[in-house]
Write a protein that binds this ligand. Structure first.
Ligand SMILES: [Zn+2]
Length: 261
């Protein structure tokens, strides 16, 4: 895990999840920059929550929050510190909205802070490599540490009929940016066509519009020898990335095309 993925990951973990996350702990052990970053983030969260406790959504809520954002220059020497604080504040406001506490805030906030455009557009190749590291051969323990999919970042809608025959676990979600909503949903799947033809692994579903450079094919394609399938839903709205742990990815693609019966 590098510093960037570490910092992205912090935003999708609760304090409790963070405390038991082995990868987070081992990165923190070896990286003093990220230890400082985490301390500054926690300090900032505390200051913001103290503002929220003392101000019951007053009209000047946003001004006060922004003041905290601007004033909190004490901690980190990092040149990106200000940007982090802004996106952190945006995350906090988003969380308020998700919990239904401050619907009105978003309209006020949107005129003051536009979300970083990077947050709504990810590079597919970069995301795929991160997701492959995280989900290919994922252990049960690591899976159970993941958050249940939040259904706020995007709608899964209807999965294509080809994958509807598969059996799925409850979905988990992953936040790739820092807007506190999930950008990827993941299922553990299994699919059995016969004694010999059965597959299991992880299916990731991504909203196509959030990713630059995602696969355009609407039929699953595998790189030869790789147990990875990727394709786009028939209507183009979803991108599927499938890690096949058991069974052959090529045969699975064939079974979905209908070439293997
Ligand atoms: Zn680091």
């Amino acid at each position: 895990m590098n510093c960037q993925t570490f910092r992205q990951r912090l935003d999708c973990l609760t304090a409790k999840q963070r405390a038991v996350d082995v990868e987070v702990a081992s990165h923190l052990d070896g990286c003093s920059d990220c230890r400082q970053f985490l301390a500054a983030t926690d300090r900032f969260d505390q200051r913001v929550s103290s503002v929220l406790k003392t101000v019951p959504m007053a009209e000047d809520f946003l001004d006060r929050l922004l003041t905290v954002v601007e004033e909190d220059s004490s901690a980190e020497p990092l040149p990106i510190a200000k940007r982090i604080r802004h996106s952190r504040a945006f995350t906090i406001v988003n969380q308020l909205i998700v919990t239904g506490l401050a619907i009105a805030v978003i309209f006020a906030a949107s005129s003051l802070w536009s979300p970083d455009p990077v947050e709504s557009q990810f590079d597919y190749a970069v995301a795929k490599s991160e997701l492959t590291q995280k989900f290919f051969h994922i252990t049960d323990n690591n899976w159970s540490d993941l958050a249940a999919f939040d259904y706020t970042g995007f709608q899964i809608g209807r999965l294509d009929s080809a994958v509807q025959k598969w059996s799925f676990s409850e979905p988990v979600g992953l936040d790739l940016g820092n807007d506190a909503t999930h950008d990827v949903v993941a299922f553990q799947f299994s699919y059995e066509k016969s004694q010999r033809l059965k597959w299991s692994g992880t299916l990731l579903v991504l909203p196509t519009e959030k990713f630059n450079g995602s696969p355009q094919e609407t039929l699953p394609g595998s790189s030869s020898g790789m147990q990875i399938l990727e394709w786009q839903s028939a209507d183009g709205s979803l991108t599927y990335l499938c890690f096949v742990e058991e069974g052959s990815a090529d045969e699975l693609a064939g079974a979905m095309f209908g070439n293997i019966s």
